[in-house]
Design a protein around this ligand. Structure first.
Ligand code: FAD
Ligand code: SF4
Length: 397
């Protein structure tokens, strides 16, 4: 007689039900499946366990005395890269989609968890298990909203798939790693992106309406290394808004509480991470965490141009000054914001130092958020590496 796994007896929550992590839920999708059985252990916002899962995934947790590991997590290698022939319509040059397509075409995996958008709304996420290159391509470009990527987990077990690639952001990957052994897979590959300041669909609308000159035509945006938000519009035109000119007083509540409480910006538990913030403008930033990640990156080597990662400038003062400014919701007049943007771009942090600038600003902000809103969670929820990073700055009470 075969025994039924205990999780199969559990029941997914209805979409309207309050999630176990309450307001901190990032809608990762786990609770939309019978894997909700493991939620108390697996949820990134109920049981932060990055250190333990790093050891299981990469055979060691990060070395806090190594400055690069402290910031960017366990890794073998970092590089800057871009596709020699970029994928049209991808978020950057399409390295993520290209790796996924190679893995599927070469039979390394049988399916790829990725996120397309619904027909009605280009920013409404629709997670799928892609089984063709076309389906992967249709998932290219960020859906800058909380996405329930793990809601397809039940389908994986039912399909009998044994080799799978999952593309996702930190909170999704943390929950995925926690239930990995229950999925019945022979091999799981994880391709992560960094993630910060995500929003729900209503929050996205507010952000677009507060920041862009033409919210309804935005097809794509990114907070870039030149300290500006770059919007791309339907007609192909670009609009840039300096970070320092953002209406922080109006935007303070726009980011999801989960993202205001997150310290896994760099996706610590993925095998391979593809972002942009540690690379020069126009390039992507790649972090190979383990042998599996190296194997994945090698598949697209002949499609890439690369250069070593670099680091320039000193972020510390800019971060220290940003802390009270954000806290008080200060907005500079547009002319001053533009000037500040130009100055900081000329003399400011670049490459890995820019990535550290972004990590420091977000971790200090998030530390204050958790301290004020969930003081009982502060000690267990903030990982040791983040405590060390935040400890470099003077925080307001
Ligand atoms: P593409 O080939 O266009 O593929 C993008 C992939 O992202 C697709 O496979 C899709 O399945 C997946 N995806 C899209 N939306 C989501 C979502 N909401 N949740 C999970 N997966 C999704 N990088 C940084 O360096 N710094 C940042 O601050 C940063 N913030 C980000 C915030 C968000 C919400 C997201 C989704 C990504 C962020 N990234 C960040 C990563 C970066 O923007 C690019 O996604 C990455 O460099 C890959 O670019 P690409 O052209 O190779 O991707
Ligand atoms: Fe469930 Fe994920 Fe929300 Fe946690 S973040 S409560 S695991 S859906």
């Amino acid at each position: 007689m075969t025994s039924v796994s205990p999780h199969k007896k559990a029941k997914a929550l209805k979409p309207s039900s309050r999630r176990p992590a309450k307001e901190l839920c990032s809608e990762c999708g786990l609770c939309d499946t019978y894997y909700i059985h493991y939620v108390k252990e697996a949820c990134a916002f109920i049981n932060q366990q990055i250190g333990e899962l790093e050891e299981e995934t990469h055979d060691r947790s990060r070395n806090l005395d190594n400055p690069d590991e402290l910031y960017f997590g366990v890794h073998q290698h970092m590089t800057a890269a871009r596709k020699t022939q970029p994928i049209e319509g991808a978020q950057w040059t399409g390295i993520v989609s290209s790796i996924a397509i190679e893995m599927l075409n070469r039979g390394i995996v049988e399916g790829v968890v990725c996120v397309q958008n619904t027909k009605e709304d280009r920013f409404q996420p629709m997670p799928i298990i892609a089984r063709t290159a076309e389906e992967i391509l249709a998932a290219r470009v960020n859906k800058p909203t909380l996405s329930p990527n793990l809601s397809v987990l039940e389908q994986i077990e039912k399909s009998g798939m044994k080799r799978l690639l999952v593309i996702g952001v930190g909170c999704q990957i943390q929950a995925l790693r926690a239930v990995e052994k229950q999925l019945g897979l022979e091999k799981l590959y994880v391709l992560g992106t960094p993630c910060v300041d995500n929003v729900n669909r209503a929050g996205l609308q507010k952000f677009l309406e507060t920041t862009s000159r033409s919210p309804e035509t935005v097809v794509h945006y990114e907070f870039m290394q030149d300290f500006r938000v770059h919007f791309k519009h339907e007609d192909g035109s670009t609009e840039t808004v300096p970070f320092f000119g953002l209406k922080t007083n109006k935007l303070k509540d726009v980011f999801a509480p989960s993202c205001m409480s997150c310290f896994d910006y760099v996706n610590s538990l993925a095998d391979l991470v593809v972002g942009y913030m540690g690379a020069p403008f126009g390039w992507q930033w790649i972090v190979v965490r383990n042998d599996t990640g190296k194997q994945m990156l090698d598949l697209v080597k002949d499609q890439l141009e690369t250069q070593p990662v670099m680091s320039q400038g000193n972020r510390k003062e800019a971060v220290q000054q940003s802390i009270p400014a954000y806290d008080k919701g200060v907005t500079l007049p547009m002319w001053a914001a533009k000037l500040m943007g130009v100055v900081i771009e000329k003399i400011g942090p670049k490459g890995l130092e820019y990535a550290r600038f972004s990590i420091d600003s977000h971790f200090t902000r998030n530390y204050l958020y958790v301290k004020r809103n969930h003081p009982e969670k502060l000690d267990a929820h903030v990982p040791d590496f983040a405590k060390r990073i935040v400890g470099q700055y003077k925080l307001p009470e």
